[in-house]
Design a protein around this ligand. Structure first.
Ligand SMILES: Cc1cc2nc3c(=O)[nH]c(=O)nc-3n(C[C@H](O)[C@H](O)[C@H](O)COP(=O)(O)OP(=O)(O)OC[C@H]3O[C@@H](n4cnc5c(N)ncnc54)[C@H](O)[C@@H]3O)c2cc1C
Length: 397
């Protein structure tokens, strides 16, 4: 049985991503990490080369490939060990665009989605707030209906690409409970400001920001989908984000594992290669086993997502939780095998270690994934009802 999902077409795409990374990113990546800087030109170039649009329909400027194409781009970014840039690029390509592509108005597609896929405008998904991360239903930023427009007040926290963004897919409260409304928000709107969050543990070259909304007046045409349905749109959209995050983690762990194998063959101690010590061999064997378990679950989730869309929530949540935790062990062990040099920037794995720590937190914590999985196991009926696709939701409202 062939377990390799990548076709020749995917491999051609991989080759052009690799060439681009080697030519335009790798010579500067370490400096951008130090400077905590993500250059705008990289978005423009990725867009020009068509890397953002691989999975989107041709009508919106994409190339209409399957989801494995997104996995291919993620694989190459992870193998290049540029976690911060990868986070920014994927937060741009796979957080706001799926919503705009699925339920955006023609005007929103023309003015934001198409330019985003071309790399001309940068997008952010703005959900989390200082007081509400896991608890999406607890967000407090309000959008008040003023008849012919809305007025938005509040703040957001931890928003990737937040200081660079030209537009946001913004979650606001428009009523009690789960009554949230999404907006396609132009960051040129009066009353909007942002400030960069510095000194993160990892993902240094990714822009992370706090956003502030002070009486921001937005037209009704900025609403995405139906008013009040935002919570359900967000829950569905999370699936794509979590899946791409989970599989990126597998390839990042593979990068660290390969470095450890390479080093175990070179490094000698007590007159032998360290890879000849049984304890090191077993550690590598255990890392390889964990890696294969992660890859199997990650790929299975991709297959299911391609077949069923957001209804693959159970497997995607399992993949996000399992891979997020397991790769911590793999990367930790890789550093152990590298010894002192593992603790420096020389072998790259130190960067992988700090970047990948985010993967049990960002896009939904491991604990929240287990909440979702346990609901699925405990109350199947309730789960199926909640996880209707956004189009289904729109259709019944
Ligand atoms: C670098 C970075 C980039 C990010 N990018 C974005 C972005 O682009 N857009 C965006 O909207 N957000 C973004 N986030 C926010 C991210 O999604 C949240 O940090 C995450 O969802 C967790 O929320 P929190 O930090 O508020 O933690 P909390 O929700 O306060 O959780 C704290 C702890 O309590 C646990 N916990 C909470 N509720 C429960 C429960 N019911 N049961 C058990 N345990 C629970 C959590 O699992 C966690 O361990 C980013 C975060 C970071 C660090």
């Amino acid at each position: 049985m062939n377990f390799n999902p990548f076709t020749d077409e995917h491999e051609l795409l991989a080759q052009s991503v690799r060439e681009f990374l080697n030519r335009e990113v790798m010579p500067h990546a370490a400096r951008w990490e130090k400077e905590e800087h993500c250059p705008r030109e990289i978005f423009q170039r990725m867009g020009e080369l068509g890397f953002f649009g691989v999975t989107y329909p041709e009508e919106v400027g994409g190339s209409g490939m399957d989801f494995w194409a997104a996995v291919t781009v993620a694989r190459e970014l992870s193998y290049a060990n540029v976690g911060g840039l990868a986070l920014s690029l994927f937060a741009h390509a796979y957080l706001p665009p799926p919503l705009l592509s699925a339920i955006g108005t023609p005007e929103q597609k023309e003015n934001y989605l198409l330019p985003a896929l071309r790399g001309e405008k940068i997008g952010s998904l703005a959900i989390s707030e200082p007081g509400a991360g896991s608890d999406v239903g607890g967000i407090r930023t309000t959008a008040e209906d003023k008849g012919d427009h809305y007025v938005i007040n509040g703040s957001k926290c931890w928003i990737t690409n937040g200081t660079m963004a030209d537009f946001l897919v913004l979650a606001t409260r428009t009523g009690e409970g789960h009554n949230l409304t999404l907006f396609c928000f132009d960051t040129k709107t009066e009353g909007f400001s942002s400030s960069k969050i510095k000194d993160k543990l990892g993902m240094h070259s990714s822009d992370t920001a706090e956003l502030f909304f002070d009486n921001c007046k937005v037209p009704k045409s900025a609403v995405i989908g139906h008013p009040g349905m935002g919570f359900y749109y967000i829950m569905n959209n999370f699936q794509e984000e979590r899946l791409i995050g989970a599989v990126s983690g597998v390839f990042a762990a593979e990068y660290a594992y390969r470095k450890a194998v390479e080093y175990s063959r070179q490094r000698e101690a007590f007159g032998r290669q360290i890879g000849k010590f049984q304890v090191i061999r077993h550690k590598l064997a255990s890392m390889a086993t964990r890696l294969e378990a992660c890859r199997s679950l990650g790929y299975r989730a991709v297959y299911e997502f391609i077949e069923t869309g957001p209804a693959a929530v159970g497997t995607i949540s399992m993949a996000k939780a399992f891979i997020g935790e397991e790769i911590q062990v793999i990367i930790y062990d890789a550093i152990q095998i590298l010894g002192g040099v593992g603790y420096t920037e020389e072998y790259g794995v130190a960067r992988t270690y700090r970047d990948m720590r985010l993967f049990t937190i960002g896009g939904g914590t491991t604990e929240i994934m287990y909440e979702i999985i346990s609901r699925l196991v405990v109350d199947q009926a309730q789960y199926s009802k909640q996880m209707m696709t956004s189009r289904d939701q729109a259709a019944v409202s």
